[in-house]
Design a protein around this ligand. Sequence first.
Ligand code: ADP
Ligand code: ZN
Ligand code: ZN
Length: 857
Amino acid sequence: MYINDLNLQNLVVAEPGESYQAQNLGNRYIEVLVDCPGATDTEAKLYVYRIAPNLEIRPGDILSVPFGAQQLGAIAIRILAEPPSNIPSENIKDVEDIIQKDFFRDSYWSLLELVSKYYYTSLIQVIRVALPPGLLGRSQHRIRLKRESIPNGAEEFLRLSAARQILEILQSQPDGDYSYRFLKRQVKSKAQFYIGKKQLIDRGWAETYVELPKYSRPQTKLVVTLVSDGLHVALNKRQREILKVLRDCDGELWLNEFLQICKTTTSTLRGLEQKGCVVIEEREVLRAEQSPTLTQDQAKTLNAAQANALATINSINGFAQVLLHGITGSGKTEVYLQAIAPLLHQGKSALVLVPEIGLTPQLTDRFRARFGNKVAVYHSALSEGERYDTWRQMLTGEPQVVIGTRSAIFAPLPKLGLIILDEEHDSSFKQDSPIPTYHARTVAQWRAELENCPLVLGSATPSLESWVSVSGSRGAGGPGGRGAKEEYLTPHSQLPTYYLSLPERINSRPLPPVEVVDMRLELQQGNRSIFSRSLQEALGQLQEKKQQGILFIHRRGYSTFVSCRNCGYVLECPHCDVSLAYHHTEEGAPQLLRCHYCNYGRSHPQFCPDCSSPYLKFFGSGTQRVTQELAKQFPQLRFIRFDSDTTRNKGAHRTLLTQFANGEADLLVGTQMLTKGLDLPQVTLVGVVAADGLLHLSDYRASERAFQTLTQVAGRAGRGDDPGRVIVQTYTPEHQVIEAVRTHDYQSFCQAELEQRQDLDYPPYGRLILLRLSSLDPIQVQNTAQIIATHLGSNAGFEILGPAPASVMRVANRYRWQILLKFSPDELPQLPNWEEIRDLCCDRVSLTIDVDPVNIL
Ligand code: ADP
Ligand code: ZN
Ligand code: ZN
């Protein structure tokens, strides 16, 4: 049945107007894509199966097929009129069953193909991201009795011992249901088993079915439904009472609830069923994330800027990209809610992507308060059963709002009317690993275009990419220029873009003033605490004023920059304009500083090259260290730690945030996840313990990210009636990022930053592809990196930076190297043949191609 290894990049999946649209019933074979467990990343294989006459299969269906000794998930790709000539037709097996009909519609399939091409990933790997886990997994072949069709004394008809044996085994089991595997073991001969099974099925006494993988089994519960009032049947008093209860409950109750309410038994009910008064049947219950009951919330009266934004979004017909640039607390979410409401009435659905799960409880609550049970949440922290059910709920086509993280961009909503990316600048929309290394914003642009619906990108601090993409439309409100990668989809069309601004906070509340504290002065004036005197004073006042605060700490692995505590000097690479990183290879190794772009290295100097002070230190202080310090200096202060350690358990985000919102603590101490979308009116103080950890990461995006993070953190203060206050501690108060955060000046920051990017051809002006290599063998990975770089060097059209070791060189015992390719988006580079490059890697070196990398560390 196996044809050949196909390069799926070149695979025509369905010719428009051909196999998707019309199925010629004369065709009896189908090519399917099998998710074989052993297949490597690059070899996705197509297999041919026969279609049994009773199955109506179309390309895009998800199937279950026999594969070796197993049943596996597969996707129907193309119907064939003839079996392939190189395979004897008796070797072709039958498709077992259809798991999900019509899953891959044209536009959805095109989207997956685009992702596969653009991110150099095989189609099956893209499909794995798009489907809920387990759907393509192993399924089980089972056989069950059709008791109602078996006549009395059936065993007597069966002369053949195997059929009789199978029947008896099945009858001995209350459900009359066993797996093939089990039955086969009971019947000694395999051939006899198949003959016996066939006999039972031919007589209609049993049927076979495929049980889906464990998690993709729908959950069912028994429900009792009233079908007759029982007036024309002889019933006793008790039975009439029971029917009355059912009638009072609108004629329908879950069986378990019914038994409780009526204090009756299943057999009593079965009696009523036999008399034709009720029906007891299985009904599917959808597993969904539990959420507290919320009071219904009404649309708010919009202010002028919000009303203008809403009117523009509503007026868009078809595809367009909208940048909704609203400062923190300006009411972006209210605009989303009101843009979605009319769509639901038109029978369409909306997709809302958010960066991280940390902020979804609050955001989903707001959506649920507005749209009730039309809101579904889809993210990887759900249980597999919940994911599967939510996914199936989407396929129904019911108008709904799906809120999810990155991978929800693949949510299979058939009638999509709007896509929203909230906090679109956030780097968690990018997947670094595993492949495909997609950016949800890029995929969203393609999807919106394919579905012909608007895409709204919302942020207080838009990414430079999005800012540049609307540069033509700012002020004018008309269509602007096309960004770098859109040409990939439709080279000649104009990308219609809109720029919408919400420049004020709701109720004209002011943005909080930002006080920058120079930590060098604190040291000089004898304060050795990690808290400046300003911050100490503010923390001390919290309880007195019955207000709450947030303390933000930046923490990131081992990778830290080196700076002078006396003068603020930061060690940088002489060639690359990025700070050098302290290189943590292993315990006891000599202290080495390195550039991750060009591999320049130097030893750690003892004295500051600028002021000769000995206070040249690595930076980095974790939440733990800060909370220890807090407990020592402010023993009366109640705080909650909010970081990846304390929020690991399911529901922990919600619990901690609820505790904080209920005033059970004065201070929330945490990392990055604090910055995202928290809307807590009691918070008046925001403290940034050390901004420097953000400023000097060895990445060309460090400044942009630092500005975004600090602005977002600052934006948590003063969202209620009490005015807010922000204290930013730093050793480099003159840094342009700090200055821009202090003055809330996004525009000037952008301008300066964009000039630098343009000079160096970094995104959004140039494009990058990062090759990440890793291996258990440090020598082999370095050699391979060198070989690949040399090979690439012969290609024209792009610049090669590296190879260089990754900043954390060894992770989980693997040594990591990387090569950065930089090219101009205008002249299409002669990109290398990736199969060839993969071939340069020996077995022991693995390669990931990260397209448009966001984290180069
Ligand atoms: P953003 O998403 O831009 O940070 P939010 O949508 O969270 O802002 O709005 C901030 C707060 O203002 C929220 O509590 C929200 O309920 C409230 N709000 C938003 N729009 C309005 C409005 N038009 N009138 C009154 N309150 C509003
Ligand atoms: Zn360098
Ligand atoms: Zn110095």
